[in-house]
Structures are given as structure tokens and as C-alpha cells.
Design a protein around this ligand. Sequence first.
Ligand SMILES: [Zn+2]
Length: 206
Amino acid sequence: METQKLVALTFDDGPSNITEQVLDILEEEGIVGTFFLIGQNVTPDKKPTMERQLRLGCEICNHSFTHNPMNEMSPEVIREEIAKTSAIIRETVGIETKFFRPPYIALSDTMYDNIDMPFICGHDSRDWDASTSAQDRIDRVLAQVTDGSLVLMHDMQNNVKTLEALPVIIHELRDKGFSFVTTSQIFEAKGINPHVPHKLWSNVFA
Ligand SMILES: [Zn+2]
């Protein structure tokens, strides 16, 4: 049986003013990624971008509605953050989100008990910090990725250094023999059930 090395590139905090450029890169490379959207960023003008994400085979997931840290929130507020985001994505492009990434990876048992989706972290490129150079972002990703890894990057507003780093990351990983899949696909392809209680995933084997 073939053992293909797989990686899932994921992008948080969009849709933004750089999301179309991330999609340009993915399309040019002929690969897919996963986008964890902030519900309040899903404005009517972003619908074409989200439709393009799905057309290219990318996955859209849930990154809360307000992007406030959720670890001190009550069950009611947590449920509202998730439901509002799922609803606006459903209303905009007609899909159900299947995975959740906690804002700032801030966690609580209350969150695990009230969010009915697997929690995704991923290897941190530190690209949320504007002072992290493009080369640093590349080096951090390449140092951490193994078969089954999820990579955490950001298509947040004006994050141009990630646009610089991304093609290099893709080429280097491809040279190492990796193929690129979505978050749903990496679990499916490796035969791993992501629905494990109180589990934060950065690699499907870890
Ligand atoms: Zn975020």
C-alpha cells in the first residue's frame, strides 16, 4: 500500500484583502488549502472569494465570529460564536463547516464541551507576528512538518510576508515528497477519526 506523505496548509482570519492572492498562489501551484474564517469578516463582498475557495477544492472552516479569546466565555456565548459563524458561511456559500480553530489557541473545557467540531491547531509559522520575516516563516514551517501535519498560517489583512513565503514553502515541501490536501482530506486519507474529545490537533498521528 502506498504511503503518500501529506500536509494540510491552513489559513486563519480571512476573508481579507490578501485572500485572493493566496488563492492565486494555490491555483498556480495546483494545490488546495483550508481557510478558517472569522464570521464577522464574512461580508457580502467576500462571497466571490469564498465561492472561488470552494471551486478550487479548498475547505472553509470555523474560526469564531468575533475572534475574541473564548477560554473565559460562558457556554451560551461560546455556542453563539460558533453558530453565528456556521450560519453566515452556510447562508453565503451553502456549506457546513466541519472543523474549528480557537482564536489565539486559547482553550477551556467549557469550549470543548460546547463546540461539536474537532479542534485544529497546526504547526505555528508565527506569521501572525509582523516582525517574523518571510524566511523565518519558511524555516519554521519546514522544520516542523512531517507526514500528517497541519500548518498554521494567516491570510489576515495585509499579511504580505506570508504571500512571499508561501510559494517557497510549497516548492520545498513538494521537493521533499509531500502532497497537499485539505483538513478533511488529511484525516480521511490517513484513516484517522478527528472526533476525539478534548483533543487539539497539529498532526493527525500526534
Ligand atoms: Zn485567528
